[in-house]
Write a protein that binds this ligand. Structure first.
Ligand SMILES: [Zn+2]
Ligand SMILES: [Zn+2]
Length: 179
């Protein structure tokens, strides 16, 4: 069971953006950014490649939230961003999603709509679950971030791939150690 659906797609979008623009090998090209918007239910048709830098900057600003060592630090990051991000609730119904809340007015440009939505959804996640569901991948050589929206909420890796190879490495290390 997913605890978050399209009404909190901003959480997954934030993760995708941070990984695209702050991780070695990430793809922050306009095409990649447009794809993030499309996959995560934003009005990607409004994307203007000239605003790519605004999205990249926002990804870099969100990263410290995922790196925060505790709730206090995470809240400070979010509050700092909330202070600088004008939000304005608005009810919308588009693309067959059903009635849902937008956090910026319809007149706002897409980068602001994206900032407001990702920020509000991360804030809601923290209010409900604290920081136990977000973080940086526990694999030693991976710095991708993740958000766990599963019911169990025990995720520590950015992907199954990182979880599996880390477990395999630990298993081999145990076998190698004498005794
Ligand atoms: Zn919407
Ligand atoms: Zn990883």
């Amino acid at each position: 069971m997913k605890i978050t659906g399209y009404r909190s797609h901003g959480v997954a979008a934030a993760v995708a953006l941070v990984n695209a623009v702050t991780v070695a090998g990430g793809d922050g090209s306009p095409n990649a950014l447009r794809e993030i918007l499309r996959v995560h239910g934003f009005v990607w048709q409004d994307f203007d490649p000239a605003t790519a830098d605004e999205f990249r900057a926002w990804g870099r600003e969100l990263r410290p939230f995922f790196e925060a060592p505790g709730l206090h630090e995470a809240v400070a990051v979010l509050n700092g961003l909330l202070e600088r991000t004008p939000t304005h609730p608005h009810l919308a119904d588009h693309d067959g999603l059903g009635l849902h809340m937008h956090h910026a007015p319809p007149s706002a440009k897409l980068p602001l709509r994206f900032r407001a939505t990702t920020l509000m959804h991360l804030s809601e996640l923290v209010c409900t679950y604290g920081v136990g569901r977000t973080g940086v991948c526990a694999a030693p050589d991976c710095d991708r971030v993740y958000a766990d929206t599963s019911r169990a909420g025990r995720r520590r890796y950015c992907s199954e791939t990182c979880a599996n190879r880390t477990n395999v490495a630990a298993f081999r290390a145990r076998r190698r150690s004498p005794g």
